[in-house]
Design a protein around this ligand. Sequence first.
Ligand code: COA
Length: 185
Amino acid sequence: MRVAPRSCVRRDGRPFEIGSAEPRDIGRLLDQLVVARTTDPAADVPDPDEVSITVQAVASMTSELLESSNGVLLVARAGDDLLGSLSLRGGRYRKTKHVAKLGMRVDRGVRRQGVGRALVEAALDVAQACPLLDIVTLEVFSSNDAALALYEAAGFVVEGRRAGFVRQDHGDDDVILMSRRVATT
Ligand SMILES: CC(C)(COP(=O)(O)OP(=O)(O)OC[C@H]1O[C@@H](n2cnc3c(N)ncnc32)[C@H](O)[C@@H]1OP(=O)(O)O)[C@@H](O)C(=O)NCCC(=O)NCCS
């Protein structure tokens, strides 16, 4: 989906904008995903040396989600800077197209400034307005306190837990399954 940009403000008063990712964002999205793999290895499954992120993969995700009728790739931009991104991927088939899976990240240098919350709020507004979507779902690791707090504050509830499913340097994490209903009926 393509959504109209919305104006937002960081906690320190600096403005930014959230809108759907366009082809012009591909380079900066790639940079952010590559950096995230090395700076936030505990928030992602593949390690940097296991899967490389290519410009083709980012370009294809961007165009796929722009054309999707039940998915969106949102970016938070401030001038030339990409502050963060959020993907909502709706199910491909008739039996699952009412469910979209959320994934996100905010640039390490601008965390705790309200960018993550603004991205989640924008995504939930998009999902609420999308007639195909009833449920937004996500998976988060049990040691990811920041993301857990953000999602709980946004109304996501824990639906299940896969104990010890992720082997981290600090020990095994659980994968926590969360979801939030967005259907209006
Ligand atoms: C999780 C993440 C997206 C949060 O983004 P952010 O822009 O820093 O979040 P916000 O500033 O909008 O914070 C919103 C709320 O989230 C919670 N939160 C954010 N960072 C937190 C932290 N370090 N510790 C505890 N709670 C935190 C708080 O409830 C916060 O509200 P408050 O600041 O009023 O207390 C960011 O830390 C990130 O990109 N992490 C790495 C990637 C990742 O974990 N993605 C999610 C995978 S499921």
